[in-house]
Write a protein that binds this ligand. Sequence first.
Ligand code: ZN
Length: 377
Amino acid sequence: MFDLLLKGARLVDDTVTDIAIKDGKIAALGNLNGEATKVVSLNGEHYVSAGWIDLHVHCYPKSPIYNDEPDSVGVATGVTTVIDAGSTGADDVDEFYDITRKCGTDVRALLNISKVGLIAQNELANMANIDAEAAGAAIKRHPDFIVGLKARMSSSVVGENGITPLEKAKQIQKANGDLPLMVHIGNNPPNLDEITELLTSGDIITHCYNGKPNRILTPAGELRASVSDALKRGIKLDVGHGTASFSFEVAKLAIAQGILPHTISSDIYCRNRINGPVHSLARVMAKFLAIGLSLPQVINCVTANAAEAIRLKHKGQLAVGFDADLTIFTLKRQPLTLVDAENNALEVDLDLVPLAAIRAGKGYMTEQGSAEHAFDF
Ligand SMILES: [Zn+2]
C-alpha cells in the first residue's frame, strides 16, 4: 500500500508516468495500479519533476539585512530544498538550525566563513571574523545541515582585505573534507581573475551573469581566459540572480558562446521576493526559458545539477529510493514582463508556474496552485 500515488504525471521529456510514494521515498514509477491512501490524478496535464533545489537563498529570519522565512522561499513556491548561502556563520548557525527544524522545506546551509554571518554588509572586512577553529566545530556539530562554505568576495564585503579571505576559505575547506565552496563575485577588488585562480574542481561561482565591470565577459563580450580555464578545471557556474546580480545581456552573450549555468538559483530574500526583481525561483527559471534554454535544461539546473553540486545523494532525480521531493508545475501561455537586475525588461508569452511541492511525501499547494486546482494530498 502506497501513501500517495500520482497518476498521469507528465515528465519534462513529455512522457507520462505514475509515481508512487511510501515512507517519504519514491517507491515505484511506471504504469502503476497498486493501492494508495491518497491518489492524485494529473491526467498528463501537469508536469512533475524532482523537487526543485534553490542553491542560493537567504532565509535566516534573524539576519538584519537579508532575511526571509524558509517556507516562503521554499515549499510555498514549489521549491522543496533551499540552500541558505552564508546568512549564518559559526556564531549563529545553531540558532538557524533550530528554526529550520519546524519547516516543511528541507533547509541546508553554506556556512559563512565569517563567524558573524550576515549581520552587516562587510562580514569579511575584519579578518578576526574568520575563525577556522569555530567554523570546523560548527561543521562537526551539523554534518548534514552544513553542506558547504560561502565566501563573499566583493569590495563592499572584504574591505581592505583583498583576496586574503578566499585564501582562508580554501584552508577551511581543506581542513573539513573538501566541502563545496560557493564564492560570490561582484565589484572588485578583488579582481575576478585573482579569485578564479584560487578555485578548484567543484567550487561554485555565484552571480555568474552579473552585469558589473568584474563580470565573466571581457569588455568585447568574450569569456575571460581565467574563467575559461576555471571551467576546464571543473568549477561550476551558479546564477544567484539577486537584487543586483543578473544581466540578460551577459547571460545571453555567455549562453551564445556555450557558457551555460550549472545551477539556476535565485538569491532570494523577502525584499527582492516581494518587490522584485527576483520574485521566485520559478520566475528566474522562466527567464532562462525566455533566453533560449530548453525546459529539460532548466529543470536539470534546479534538480540533478543542484543536488550534485552540494552532494545531496538522495535528491535531484525521479528514481526509486530517492527522497519523495517533487514539484508539480505547468507552462502557461500568457503575456509576462521579465525584468533583470539592471532594470532591463523582456516581454515574453510563456510563464513557468509552480502548482505544488511534495516534500518527503507531504504535499503543499502554492498560491497559484490553490487558486486553480485542489490536489487532494
Ligand atoms: Zn546571496
